[in-house]
Design a protein around this ligand. Structure first.
Ligand code: IMP
Ligand code: MG
Length: 173
């Protein structure tokens, strides 16, 4: 595994995202919806830099598909508990990949009639998109490669690493 983003780089990116959110939602309430499990660490760092009156809730989606691809079939296995009607909702996600997960989660949350609904993603793999979905607040753009750490897993491993690593193919240096 090779280090891709250090603690310092992550902290800088998170603070920048928080500042953009504060600027766009000046004087407004926000409900942060953490998309489990991958964004638990990112969410906890992000929200402590946002001074708006905020609530935090959690949603969990699982995708049915082979291997690391979500393949378009996404089920919500744990819904939100807060009332988000008329609220500014920000979905916090670790990585936007094909876009299927976020598209589905955004559709489901939209049914509760929030005032606004935005996406804040730490990483964006734009080249891998299969459906039209954009991050409103994005920390880092990346091309390809499988990353772990800072909440992000490979088979439930490595979530506890404080930095982000890219996994290299077996046999590579
Ligand atoms: P999507 O529905 O294809 O956009 O899937 C996004 C989800 O796939 C993310 O929330 C991650 O959980 C997972 N994912 C995508 N790329 C990676 C990666 O490089 N490492 C670990 N998980 C990933
Ligand atoms: Mg995930």
């Amino acid at each position: 595994m090779k280090k891709l983003f250090s603690r310092e780089e992550i902290e800088k990116a998170v603070k920048k995202l928080a500042a953009s959110i504060e600027r766009d939602f000046e004087g407004e309430r926000i409900v942060f919806v953490c998309l489990l499990k991958g964004s638990f660490m990112f969410t906890s760092d992000l929200v402590r830099h946002v001074k708006n009156p905020s609530r935090v809730d959690f949603i969990r989606a699982s995708s049915y598909g082979s291997g690391t691809r979500s393949g378009g079939k996404v089920a919500v296995t744990k819904g939100i508990e807060e009332n988000i009607e008329g609220e500014n909702v920000i979905i916090v996600e670790d990585i936007i990949d094909s876009g299927h997960t976020l598209k589905r989660v955004k559709e489901i949350l939209s049914l509760s009639n929030p005032k606004t609904i935005k996406i804040c993603a730490l990483l964006d793999k734009k080249a891998r998109r299969e459906v039209e979905i954009e991050g409103d607040y994005v920390g880092f753009a990346m091309t390809d490669g499988f990353v772990v750490g800072y909440g992000i897993d490979y088979a439930e491993q490595y979530r506890n690493l404080p930095e982000i690593y890219v996994m290299e193919e077996e046999g590579e240096a």
